[in-house]
Design a protein. Structure first.
Length: 359
């Protein structure tokens, strides 16, 4: 089966060659939709494809992505951002996936943050779609395709590697323009609008929007994320009781997620309630991380952070062997982390505990 890889771009001269060097390893066709570059983006893209189309920017990412898909002619279409990178290993996975393609939609892991050589923030996105199904992106910002048809989850990772800072107010301003034009935000848009307000430290406004969103019929993963954002917003305003109430409210939608468990662990740790803190950090390790749902997942909350905190807590209790074991669990995740290495030296030199890696 053939694959069209589609990008929408503007002023991406620093990264587009890096992306297209990856894409040409598995793409049968590369589609570039140019939305108004004033740098050398087009000149660079011309070295990879002659299928470059101009599109007048309308503050609508879905419109641009759908335009790109409409220009494709292959059996399947795939989207990438100009600052995405696909390693050789993952390029080969995509090639193998397409050799025996028998699906309508493929979700792939999107890695948007790294710590050392390991992903720390990862979630699944709809990435490859059968062109004849005529899937359409929806949403002016944070655009997405509604899942439908025969869906496959594959393990070819796409890495989002920014070089320059984004425009923090861009998405917020698009939503505000929509509202000013009398457009009523749907539940998904309402969630993302509240999230943009939170990221821009407009906490009161964010709280109002997210509390309203929670009263509606939005997606459960967005509701959990909204509760975590509310926890952050209320905490920033010093309204601690409301912050923890928002955190606990997330448990009404699904079993506790690791980030919420870590927040509760920190609360009890600060209060020197060691046993309660241990319970919540152990719960964080045991919690389902939600990656396969499409939720945003910071992997540190399910592994490295609770292991490091449990190391400290068991050390407080005088259970040094157990503390050292949790430190080693953290070290397996991040072997070069300074805190892990400092703890390792402490257990060896002060407590005389030989760790597992020394055997």
């Amino acid at each position: 089966m053939t694959l069209s890889v589609c990008l929408i771009v503007k002023n991406e001269e620093e990264v587009i060659a890096r992306c297209l060097d990856c894409a040409r390893k598995f793409a049968d066709e590369i589609i570039i939709v140019e939305t108004g570059s004033t740098d050398k983006t087009r000149e660079i893209a011309c070295k990879y494809t002659d299928k470059i189309y101009d599109f007048e920017w309308k503050d609508d990412f879905s419109a641009a992505r759908n335009f790109a898909f409409d220009k494709a002619v292959c059996d399947y279409v795939m989207w990438l951002d100009a600052d995405d990178v696909v390693t050789d290993e993952n390029c080969e996975k995509i090639r193998r996936l397409m050799e025996c393609a028998d699906f309508d939609m493929v979700f792939l892991p999107y890695v948007t943050a790294m710590d050392e050589d390991k992903p720390s923030f990862e979630y699944y996105r709809e990435r490859i779609m059968r062109r004849s199904c005529n899937y359409r992106f929806k949403g002016a910002v944070h655009e997405a395709v509604v899942p439908a048809g025969k869906i496959v989850y594959a393990n070819a990772q796409i890495f989002h590697k920014k070089i320059k800072e984004g425009k923090p107010l861009r998405n917020l301003q698009i939503y505000q323009k929509m509202i000013a034009c009398g457009i009523c935000l749907d539940e998904r848009e309402k969630f993302y609008y509240g999230r943009e307000l939170f990221f821009n430290k407009m906490y009161r406004e964010s709280i109002a929007v997210l509390e309203d969103f929670l009263a509606g019929e939005g997606w459960v993963e967005n509701k959990i994320e909204a509760c975590l954002n509310l926890f952050g917003a209320y905490s920033a305003l010093g309204e601690t009781d409301k912050a923890y109430a928002a955190l606990i409210k997330s448990f009404l939608f699904a079993p506790p997620r690791s980030e919420a468990c870590c927040a509760l662990g920190e609360k009890f740790m600060c209060e020197n309630d060691v046993k309660s803190a241990i319970f919540w950090y152990q719960s964080a390790i045991a919690a389902h991380d939600g990656r396969d749902s499409g939720a945003f997942v910071n992997l540190d909350y399910g592994g490295f952070i609770p292991c490091m905190q449990l190391c400290v807590l068991y050390d407080r209790l005088g259970e040094y062997q157990r503390a050292a074991e949790y430190n080693e669990r953290a070290g397996k995740i991040k072997p070069h982390n300074n805190s892990y290495l400092s703890n390792k030296k402490y257990f060896e030199d002060i407590r005389g505990i030989k760790t597992q890696n020394d055997n």
